[in-house]
Every structure is written in structure tokens, then in C-alpha cells.
Design a protein around this ligand. Structure first.
Ligand code: ZN
Length: 267
């Protein structure tokens, strides 16, 4: 996709009132957002890394008690460090510490930063403890399968843990134009997800049907290509042990960074 096409996509959304400000109003934050920086003025690509859960929301809890929120934050920090080391990216995190951030606010932060890419990092727990492996998800209102739908429901519950539920809010937009922009963003997200599957597959065990789709709230920005990575299953004894290890987290992070690099190199 050319730079012009990307500008067109975001300009289209801005004209429609579906810009960052539009979304902020729609999700009811009532908070003014920082002005969106002009794309042409920036050389670095902005990547928003989203460590899942945090604060009073631990996310999934592993068989020996490992919190998902800790694995996601540690891995996100490593991804950020490696991306920054390339000198090609401006890297932002939706949370930098062990704090709770509502899902819609994570989306809002990516839009306010005019992010070129959004990557949400999670680690799942499955009722079947023998299941292990990494998996990758993109947004779809129609879930690809029942398991993906259940996973999206679990991840979307993060907000209710803290007593807020913004997940039902949708941007108020003209539907036809919204769909057009959304479709372009979806295509870019699919390309990124394919990179993630390829790169993770070189390094770690993958779950069957590695790439799936469902209605994740955190992937709903119409103007920011995005994907959600489940690093593995904390419900599996050996994978939980690996996910706790900094060396394993570095291996995962390196795969994610290669995926981001590939994505922009082919843009
Ligand atoms: Zn999660």
C-alpha cells in the first residue's frame, strides 16, 4: 500500500468524524486528545505495543500461579527495546507499568499517537492443559470458530473486572465510508498477522489453526492496522515455565520484531 493510500484512508476517517476525537467521544471518555501529529512530518514509524491486562486485572492465571499481566508486560518491554534499537521506529506502550487501562482507552491511545501499527500481547489459559502454542488473532465481527469467540469474550472481559464496560460502544460513523476504510485496514492487519505466524513458527510451537479472527475490542480502531498475539498457554505446565523465562520472552520478542520489520518493508 502506498503512502498516499494510507493518507487517504486516515483522511477519509477524519472527514467522516471517525478520527481519534470521534472515537474518544464515542467511547464516552469525554477527554480531549492530543493533536494528531502530521504523518508527513515524521520519518519514524509509530508502533503501539499493548501489554494485555494489568493492575487489578491479572488476565489468565497459570497452573502454578503465573499472571498473564506480568508475562505480557515483560515481553512488551523487550519488544519495545528491540524495536527502538533498530532506529526505525517510535515505540509507544499502552501501559508501561502494572496498571489497569480500559480496552477502549488502549485503542484511543493508539489513535492519538497516529500509530502505524498496533500489536496487543497476551498469553492464554485453556481448560485443556495439554494444549500449548502461540496463536495470532485479527478482528472480525464473525468469529472464525467457537474457540476464537470464547477467547475474545475472555479478553474483552478485562474491562468488567475493573467495574467499567466500554466494550459495547462503537464509533458513530457513516457506515459505507467506514466499511471502506475498515476493509483497507483489515487487509493490512491480515498481512501483519501472516508475518507473525511465519516468524513465531520459526521459533516456538504454534497452536493448530494458528491465525484466527474474532471481535476483540482492542483491535477495533478503523484506521490502525492491528493484531493480537497469544504468546502461549499458561495452563500448560511446560509452556507456563517457558513463558516466565526472560530468555524465552526474548525469543518471542525477537519474532514479533521481525514481523514488524517485514510488515513495513513490504508496505
Ligand atoms: Zn489476555
Amino acid at each position: 500500500m502506498s503512502c498516499d493510500e494510507k493518507l487517504l484512508r486516515r483522511d477519509l476517517l477524519r472527514l467522516m468524524g471517525c478520527s481519534a476525537v470521534g472515537i474518544a467521544v464515542a467511547v464516552g471518555t469525554g477527554r480531549a486528545l492530543a493533536e494528531v501529529p502530521s504523518r508527513s512530518a515524521r520519518k519514524l514509524r509509530t508502533v503501539m505495543i499493548d501489554p494485555g491486562h494489568g493492575g487489578l486485572d491479572p488476565g489468565a492465571i497459570g497452573v502454578s500461579g503465573t499472571y498473564e499481566k506480568s508475562v505480557t508486560l515483560a515481553t512488551a518491554h523487550e519488544v519495545a527495546r528491540l524495536l527502538e534499537a533498530t532506529g526505525r521506529f517510535s515505540v509507544r506502550l499502552t501501559r508501561d507499568t502494572d496498571v489497569f487501562v480500559p480496552l477502549a482507552e488502549r485503542v484511543e491511545r493508539a489513535q492519538a499517537a497516529a500509530a502505524d501499527l498496533f500489536m496487543s500481547i497476551h498469553a492464554d489459559a485453556n481448560p485443556n492443559h495439554s494444549i500449548r502454542g502461540a496463536s495470532v488473532y485479527t478482528l472480525s465481527e464473525q468469529a472464525s470458530d467457537a474457540e476464537a469467540e470464547d477467547l475474545a469474550a475472555r479478553e474483552n472481559r478485562a474491562d468488567t473486572v475493573a467495574g467499567v464496560d466500554l466494550s459495547h460502544h462503537e464509533p458513530i460513523v457513516s457506515e459505507i465510508l467506514y466499511d471502506l476504510a475498515r476493509r483497507q485496514t483489515n487487509n493490512m492487519s491480515l498481512r501483519f498477522a501472516q508475518n507473525l505466524v511465519t516468524e513465531l513458527g520459526h521459533q516456538v510451537v504454534l497452536m493448530n489453526h494458528t491465525h484466527r479472527a474474532a471481535g476483540f475490542v482492542v483491535l477495533k480502531a478503523p484506521d490502525v492496522p492491528s493484531a493480537l498475539v497469544e504468546l502461549g498457554c499458561l495452563s500448560n505446565w511446560s509452556e507456563e515455565r517457558e513463558l516466565r523465562q526472560p530468555l524465552y520472552q526474548s525469543k518471542l520478542a525477537a519474532s514479533l520484531v521481525r514481523s514488524v520489520n517485514d510488515y513495513f518493508e513490504r508496505s
